[in-house]
Design a protein around this ligand. Structure first.
Ligand SMILES: [Zn+2]
Length: 258
């Protein structure tokens, strides 16, 4: 059995672009760190905003840092119902076709045309972890919550196995399984609980590994395609990689060295 993976619960929050932040908090405001999050470089700020639609509003939504290219609101399904929204379940940063919302801060208001999502449950890990668990970036796996611990509110008859869990790999990540508050409340999971990764069918993990067609030279295009299709690239002694292919494959843990 592979080592268990800790659970982290993400309450509703917002990531802001620099431009939106200054419209909401003023041109001289700075995004102030109050606490570091599990993932390297990510932090909870001291700033809060209000979210509103014609149907409802939610106050005191925490801004997370650092700034993003585009603002993004991550809600629970219950929050979305209260706002009359039907956001898609998405990986962070994927906003196409998602609903917009009105954001209000102490110095102004911003209407974002899109960017409200329900975060797809996911596991953060490093390329080294990925080798241990035998998974690739963007692969979909199952996560089972481990047996209840004394400080967990979960009782054995409500044990939950989550499907559609997205694997996210980066050198900057730390091993953690992220759920939103609805998922946590329904299953009784709490931050610090442990969980186990597995793939359907109960087959040995090695049997699920798929390899990208073998070539002598791989470009960044090949690495992106392998990543999209959840495949591993086999690297032999005489394999040639373009520099960008090497960087991307290393960062995402897509290489197996022979
Ligand atoms: Zn996360």
């Amino acid at each position: 059995m592979k080592k268990p993976i800790s659970v982290g619960i993400s309450p509703r929050h917002i990531h802001l672009s620099k431009e939106d932040f200054h419209r909401l908090f003023g041109p001289d405001a700075t995004l102030t760190r109050t606490r570091d999050l599990t993932q390297k470089g990510q932090f909870a700020s001291e700033q809060f905003v209000t979210l509103a639609t014609s149907v409802g509003r939610i106050e005191n939504v925490r801004v997370l840092g650092p700034f993003r290219d585009a603002s993004q609101v991550e809600l629970s399904a219950t929050d979305a119902v209260g706002l009359g929204l039907n956001p898609p379940v998405r990986d962070s940063g994927d906003h196409e076709g998602s609903p917009g919302i009105t954001i209000t801060g102490p110095s102004g208001r911003v209407d974002i045309p899109e960017g409200v999502i329900l975060a797809q449950r996911h596991v953060h890990m490093t390329p080294k972890d990925a080798r241990e668990y035998n998974v690739v970036d963007k692969e979909i796996v199952f996560m089972a919550l481990s047996a209840p611990t004394p400080n967990s509110m979960r009782s054995a008859p409500r044990t939950v196995i989550f499907g559609d869990v997205l694997i996210r790999i980066s050198e900057n990540y730390r091993l953690d399984f992220h759920l939103d508050t609805d998922e946590a409340n329904a299953s009784g999971a709490r931050t610090g609980d442990s969980s186990v990764l597995f793939k359907i069918g109960g087959a040995p993990l090695d049997d699920n590994r798929q390899y990208y067609p073998e070539k002598r030279l791989y470009s960044e295009f090949d690495v992106r395609k392998a990543r999209q299709e959840g495949m591993i690239i086999l690297i032999e002694k005489d394999t040639i990689l373009t520099p960008s292919a090497l960087d991307l494959g290393r960062e995402k843990g897509l290489f197996e060295f022979r």
